[in-house]
Ligand binder design. Sequence first.
Ligand SMILES: Cc1cc2nc3c(=O)[nH]c(=O)nc-3n(C[C@H](O)[C@H](O)[C@H](O)COP(=O)(O)OP(=O)(O)OC[C@H]3O[C@@H](n4cnc5c(N)ncnc54)[C@H](O)[C@@H]3O)c2cc1C
Length: 436
Amino acid sequence: MNTFHDYYNTDEFAPEFLHMMELVNELGPTIAKRAIQIDKDASFPTENYEDFAKLGFLRLVIPKEFGGFGFSLGQYAMIGAEIGKYCGATALTFNMHTSSMMWSRFMYELPNLTDADRAAFAPLRERQFRNVVENNAIYSQPISEGGTNWTSKPIQTNCKKVEGGYLINGFKKFASLAGYCDYYSIVCTEHFEGIEPRHEDTMNFAVHKDTPGLEVIGEWDPIGMRGTHSKDLVLKDVFVKEEEMMMPQGMFVRTLPQWPHMMATLTPAYMGVAQGAYDYTVKYLRGEVEGLPPIDRRVYPTKRATVAKMFQKLTEMRALWHTAFMEARGFPSKAQVMRLYAAQYAVMEGVQEMTALAIRTCGGQSMLKSLPLERMYRDSRCGALMLPYTTEIMEDYLSVLTLYDMDKIDEASSDTASARISMWRPAATDAPLAAE
Ligand SMILES: Cc1cc2nc3c(=O)[nH]c(=O)nc-3n(C[C@H](O)[C@H](O)[C@H](O)COP(=O)(O)OP(=O)(O)OC[C@H]3O[C@@H](n4cnc5c(N)ncnc54)[C@H](O)[C@@H]3O)c2cc1C
């Protein structure tokens, strides 16, 4: 049976990290078993989170000085993909939590923050890290608002300064972990009298689940990734104190474009689904799936050829994706960013091809809900539409980055041109972020 030691060069990683990779795989069969009911009911994988809390997974990227593991973004991606092999929805929601921690970790480490920036940031992020390390708090990351898009215009959800804090009003669509997290990492735009909402006034707050005015609403009955429980959120005069900011005013929009890899962290879940589909296909064709008659389907050359194709596809996807994530850093080069966009594209499209090939190759029974391929097939469909890096938007970014000089990019018209606000732009690392 394939293990992560077969598809990564594990010699280059420390034992502490490899131990966490092993732990995911020890827990894997239990996660896979739970995934069946979770998918059927579109319920949240609560028990997986209880296990994650016990084993320390909630603090993977939190710096060591605060009691975390201090893993890199690439290392987190590897762990996320191992989870995704067993349950895509668990991996996707786990990303929302870890991504919230990554923002606090990596944006703080960007080289062009001034001492004053860091002094303001330090207590805010420490507060969030402590919530996780000491209380196993789970964070979600509801940014999307449905039909409108923060890649094109400022976030519609708004906050206004009041005494001692802010009042938030707005609506969030697809709030994964809705009703099951402790904090919602709410991104919103600060509004000022007489001024049109501006990107540079984007704010980010950790809103506790029990805050008055915060309500989870709506239906959740999607085609795939059903266990993400991505319901809607309504925020009506939600009061947050200043210290509940996740980062200082203005930091989010000024740092995020220089850390594009942080916007690609939905891919580990889908990389995992692709690996899971491949692993299952191999087991099935060898007649080794527990509970099924041991029929050897390897005898058919056509099935063998498809598995070869799946292996080739998977290896190609992983090689690019792993390279892109292991070189992740703030202020990446243009070449690194283009590799990242290509990796995002390869994974979100490739996973659909992988699960379709798996179904075709395993044949009729794989359509049955009793086998996991049918779920993986539906889950795989969700990746390419996740903002801000949808497949369409990746095509636009790559099309202009390949053909235009940076200063001419905005002359290239496209249906997706409005989404270019999220596209990486080169910036000097020594330009102080605070100076505005
Ligand atoms: C299972 C699942 C879980 C999710 N979890 C979360 C979560 O936890 N947090 C979160 O923030 N979001 C989450 N999302 C939302 C996701 O990231 C997208 O925002 C959402 O799928 C967009 O769907 P839509 O129909 O609202 O908008 P779309 O119509 O797809 O896009 C909205 C807007 O984006 C812009 N846009 C989109 N595509 C283009 C394009 N090709 N060119 C130019 N502009 C474009 C346009 O302004 C468009 O009106 C989740 C989605 C799914 C399916």
